[in-house]
Ligand binder design. Structure first.
Ligand SMILES: [Zn+2]
Length: 141
């Protein structure tokens, strides 16, 4: 099992190639996502983006996140139904463990789990296209 670190770089050029119009506000939002390792909520993204570019509005953040999600650049996670949390999509596959006391999201990758899921799907006559695994827990005392 491997705990993931946050490395990624979705460039402006990639976005242009995907037909996304790159504006200063959108770049500020992307920069926030690139720097973030905490799966921020839209409100957090707004606060951080405004530090770079005070002209970023709440509407811009919501519109941009929806657009980036549609373009496949951003992943929207609905952990525990407590509101969406975002991360860039161009990263190695990983699963999430959510700390129920703090809301901290830990990323991990387990070849054993990946293998087991593939085996289960195969037994049921399927090939997995994608999956989402979330663990919810509290720090053991
Ligand atoms: Zn993640």
């Amino acid at each position: 099992m491997q705990i993931m670190s946050n490395e990624n770089a979705h460039s402006e050029t990639d976005l242009r190639a995907e037909g996304v119009r790159v504006t200063r506000q959108r770049l500020a939002i992307l920069h926030v996502l690139r720097e973030a390792s905490d799966h921020p909520r839209a409100e957090d993204i707004l606060t951080r983006a405004r530090l770079q570019d005070p002209s970023v509005s709440q509407a811009t953040v919501y519109r941009t996140l929806a657009m980036l999600e549609k373009a496949g650049t951003v992943l929207r996670n609905e952990f525990d139904g407590a509101g969406a949390r975002y991360e860039l999509a161009d990263r190695h596959h990983h699963d999430h463990l959510i700390d129920l006391d703090t809301g901290v999201v830990v990323e991990f990758q387990s070849p054993r789990i990946e293998q087991l899921q593939a085996e289960i799907a195969a037994e049921l006559g399927y090939e997995i296209e994608w999956h989402r695994l979330e663990l919810y827990g509290r720090k053991a005392t």
